[in-house]
Design a protein around this ligand. Structure first.
Ligand code: PA5
Length: 464
């Protein structure tokens, strides 16, 4: 099939080629182990201590949703349509796994100037704002002030705004504090007992917890669950990512299909034709045999930066345990060739450059224009007629050649198109790769026990 994500590590073969066949068996065993975790989770049987927590529910979730489980997908789509038709601004509150996936989808699939466009040019969907992902007084007050100053008449669609608050635990301070602030502002605007105050807030949260209790007490018309067995950073294909993505008009069914297809190909395809396993094999061998434990996700084009940051979080929180785990680093090229290129070319030999490219540009290719030769001091008339994608391709090829000439390994992950189906494939591929690598190296990829230390200290400082 031509619309499938591909992975090629042949440019790293000079370092790993001989070893690939040696890890084939353990890699397949790790894959089978990760997939067997789905059955273990669903069986309700006892989970061995070494596997706790077990958050493998993300693996088959895309297909289950597409198959109509609990009518959830239909409900998300219809609620999203209703909410999107009632407001012109959506404020999404959440942190970590409860917002980074949506940000990746927003930046990759919506117009880069989405919030600047007229509603009709946005596909009649709301503008999007993120908060509750930090403790930053300046950005909080700016957004509250923006809403206060621009939204004066709640009867006007263009001046109505709503909230989607997302927290699996329901107890994360950053999000909870922001929710209280924005809820107060919203109730002040529409009236605490108004229909709008019940309809224009949609909580997405776990089955139990403080946010669930609060939502019940406030009587919101729609809420969505985050299922047990799906961890925060693996939750992009639950309502955490899907519901707000649907509000933005993103084709969430196509996205889920992309994810389900990758799950199936990872389960069935042999090494060498299996992008997930091939990616793990290359990264793992470079780390294990060549001490290359920095993984640079080298994205080409601005729209994949947030997907890279989402992956940084996924890999760092999942495998950064027991004083082990590779360090992820996202770069956006060609931009970062001018900030990090020097180190990648001549610095320590401790990294692999994993390129992530898109085969086909989404918009019409723009060409370099010709100018009168009296004003050709920049000598760009030599390039006149060349398109921006052609210049980008020259940069990609030239950069890879420079690394190869200095025996620095690169790999190539390629998405045919930057669309919902492609993003579904990409995100699911990276979640599966992280999980299977965890099983391969004996680190439980789920849970993030280390994050508790700061939270506990902060709690003691604040509450005594
Ligand atoms: O991956 C994770 O579990 C974390 O990054 C969480 O998503 C993050 O801490 C937010 O947690 P919660 O959704 O409970 O507010």
């Amino acid at each position: 099939m031509t619309n499938q994500i591909t992975f090629d590590s042949s440019s790293a073969n000079f370092l790993i080629g001989d070893q690939l066949s040696l890890i084939a068996e353990s890699l397949i065993a790790a894959r089978d182990d990760a997939y067997a975790d789905v059955e273990l989770l669903r069986s309700g049987g006892e989970i061995p201590e070494a596997k706790q927590p077990l958050d493998s529910g993300f693996i088959d979730l895309p297909q289950r949703l597409l198959d109509g489980e609990d009518g959830l997908l239909d409900r998300m789509e219809s609620t999203a349509k209703t909410l999107g038709g009632k407001i012109d601004r959506l404020v999404v509150l959440g942190i970590g796994g409860s917002y980074m996936g949506l940000r990746a989808l927003f930046e990759s699939l919506c117009d880069p100037y989405h919030n600047e466009l007229a509603r009709s040019a946005r596909g009649n969907v709301p503008k999007l704002y993120f908060e509750g992902n930090n403790l930053d007084n300046d950005t909080l007050s700016s957004l509250l002030n923006l809403l206060k100053s621009q939204c004066l008449n709640p009867e006007e669609l263009a001046e109505r705004w709503g909230i989607c608050v997302i927290s699996k635990s329901g107890g994360t301070l950053e999000t909870a504090a922001a929710f209280r602030l924005f809820r107060n502002a919203l109730e002040e605007y529409y009236g605490a007992d108004s229909d709008f105050s019940r309809q224009l807030v949609v909580p997405v949260t776990g089955e139990t917890g403080k946010l669930r209790d609060l939502s019940n007490a406030l009587g919101y018309e729609a809420t969505f669950p985050i299922p047990d067995g799906v961890g925060g950073r693996f939750s992009v294909f639950t309502a955490v990512g899907l519901f707000p993505a649907a509000v933005l008009g993103i084709d969430i069914r196509a996205m889920l299909q992309g994810a389900a297809d990758v799950t199936e190909s990872c389960r069935t395809q042999p090494l060498g034709e299996n992008p997930v396993l091939d990616y793990i094999a290359a990264c793992h061998l470079l780390e294990q045999d060549h001490e290359m434990d920095i993984r640079v996700l080298s994205t080409w084009g601005n729209r994949l930066e947030a997907a890279g940051l989402w992956y940084d979080q996924l890999l760092a929180e999942s495998l950064g345990k027991h004083e082990r785990g590779a360090t992820p680093l996202t770069v956006v090229n060609t931009r970062d060739l001018h900030s990090r290129g020097q180190q990648h070319q001549e610095g320590k030999r401790d990294r692999v450059i994993n390129n992530l490219t898109i085969s086909e540009a989404s918009g019409n290719p723009i060409s370099v224009p010709t100018v009168d030769e009296r004003l050709d001091q920049d000598l760009l008339n030599r390039l006149a007629g060349k398109t921006i994608p052609e210049l980008l391709q020259a940069a990609i090829t030239g950069t890879n050649k420079a690394y190869a000439d200095d025996n620095r390994p690169t790999t190539d992950m390629q998405l045919p198109k930057l669309d919902a189906y492609g993003m579904g494939q990409l995100l699911q591929m990276l979640m599966l790769a992280t999980t299977i690598e965890g099983r391969l190296i004996g680190i439980n990829p789920y849970g993030q026990p280390g994050v508790e230390a700061y939270k506990n200290n902060m709690g003691e400082i604040l509450y005594g």
